[in-house]
Design a protein around this ligand. Structure first.
Ligand SMILES: [Zn+2]
Length: 436
């Protein structure tokens, strides 16, 4: 089997399904059907500018959810839209614990057709494979499309609601890009927002969650590896870093008498990057993604510079250390130039650790399927980061061409899609077997 993967451009998933999964799987994975499903989903919210625009609770999201629900029903799944807008299809025992698999089908503006969709469509394909043996399964299998992963209103809304982590004030205050309140949009979608707490489930009812996703980065493609086994999802801290100087005439104020906020910001950022690149591991990310210079005139020495600062790292301690490093650089540079610095944390998401049990199940599945795999962190946020706080969780990555995502050119080779779903299927089967 292994040689067939490494030498042939085509992968016969039917053969893999039949041989690896033995008597539990009655039907093989059909890669072409998965590609068809991705193309169908791509029609609901494609834009003239290229790419997708399908925020949660939009009309095009409704069409996509309806289509997905009908596909679930067609294979005998019990389907429900929970009060937070998570679409859940269930196969196997009507009561008792379940193995969950899924992702999201909402997109960013100008997004691609694989981010999130692959995990949902792949989980659906696994359900199709399991449908004939559902009556003999020792626990249920659920496919979930989580609401608002991309944060059109509240990032990870559905995954957070599933474990009672959404605050009522947060729901009441949330608005979309055009200022429309979330509560109005949910009501129009047929979901009374006051019912969101009813979406909460007991973690005891969920044995494990497994999410197949595109990598959204260049590592797997660059290294020629077919599957990434995610060990952790990095934490993410967003801050505002502001340099306060003194605006003055750009022609009459000599450099040594300026309190130039932009000069201080440039030096501080440059020093911070040097330190981070020399002292931190390869998985750390420091980004100043937005910059506002005030008053913003070509003939005025900048009096204030506002930077957004984003730090991602695998541990909370490392995030703190990088934040301290930046602030030390900013303070020492600013003192020299006669500028002051303030910082304010806007959001702080802790890193998430994947379950060793699920990681081992994915690794074993990779061996069964015969793919090259690599254990790695996820630099992007996912529904899994929320769910892993409550139940054993794992993620399977497949390569993204040129590392592109949140981009109309997002692409994953059909061969990698099939392999990813095969690994997902084997993982789900081994988790179901382990539950008996
Ligand atoms: Zn995603």
């Amino acid at each position: 089997m292994r040689a067939a993967f490494q030498t042939g451009p085509r992968v016969d998933c039917q053969e893999i399904g039949a041989r690896v999964l033995g008597d539990l799987i009655a039907k093989p994975i059909r890669g072409e059907r998965v590609l068809d499903n991705l193309e169908t989903l791509a029609r609901f919210g494609s834009t003239d500018r290229g790419g997708m625009d399908r925020p949660v609770f939009s009309p095009q999201y409704r069409t996509a959810i309806d289509w997905l629900a009908s596909e679930m029903r067609a294979i005998g799944m019990t389907v429900r839209l929970d009060p937070a807008g998570n679409l859940i299809g269930r196969l196997g025992p009507a009561a008792g614990p379940a193995i969950l698999s899924g992702s999201h089908i909402d997109t960013v503006p100008g997004g691609g057709i694989y981010d999130g969709m692959l995990g949902v469509v792949g989980s659906l394909e696994v359900a199709r494979c399991l449908s004939d043996v559902a009556p003999t399964m020792s626990c249920a299998y659920e496919v979930v499309a989580f609401a608002d992963e991309e944060g059109a209103y509240i990032s990870l809304l559905g995954a957070r609601a599933m474990f009672a982590e959404l605050l009522q004030d947060e729901v009441l205050a949330a608005t979309g890009r055009d200022g429309t309140p979330l509560v109005d949009v949910m009501r129009a979608f047929g979901l009374p927002p006051e019912k969101i707490p009813d979406a909460a489930r007991s973690p005891d009812d969920i044995l494990a969650f497994i999410e197949l996703h595109i990598e959204q980065g260049p590592i797997l493609e660059t290294e020629g590896i077919e599957i990434g086994i995610v060990e952790n999802i990095v934490g993410l801290q967003n801050s505002h870093l502001t340099f306060h100087g003194q605006p003055n005439h750009a022609g009459t104020t000599p450099h040594h008498l300026r309190a130039d906020a932009f000069h201080a910001a440039c030096l501080a950022v440059s020093e911070a990057f040097c330190i981070v690149e020399q002292q931190c591991g390869p998985d750390v990310r420091l980004t100043f993604g937005d910059c506002e210079i005030l008053p913003g005139a070509s003939n005025v020495v900048p009096g204030e510079v506002r930077l957004t600062q984003e730090i991602r790292a695998a541990t909370g301690a490392e995030i703190l250390r990088i934040g301290d490093t930046v602030l030390e650089c900013a303070n020492s540079v600013s003192a020299r130039i006669g500028v002051s610095v303030t910082t304010r944390v806007i959001s702080d998401d802790a890193p998430a650790t994947m379950s060793p049990i699920v990681i081992d199940a994915v690794a074993q599945a990779c061996d069964q399927v015969g793919v090259r795999s690599k254990r790695m962190p996820s630099g992007a946020g996912h529904d899994s980061q929320q769910i892993s706080k409550h139940v054993p969780t794992g993620m399977i990555f497949v390569p993204s061409r040129q590392g592109l995502s949140h981009n109309p050119d997002e692409f994953t080779q059909p061969r990698h899609i099939k392999l990813g779903i095969q690994v997902l299927c084997n993982t789900v089967v081994s988790l179901i077997n382990a539950s008996s």
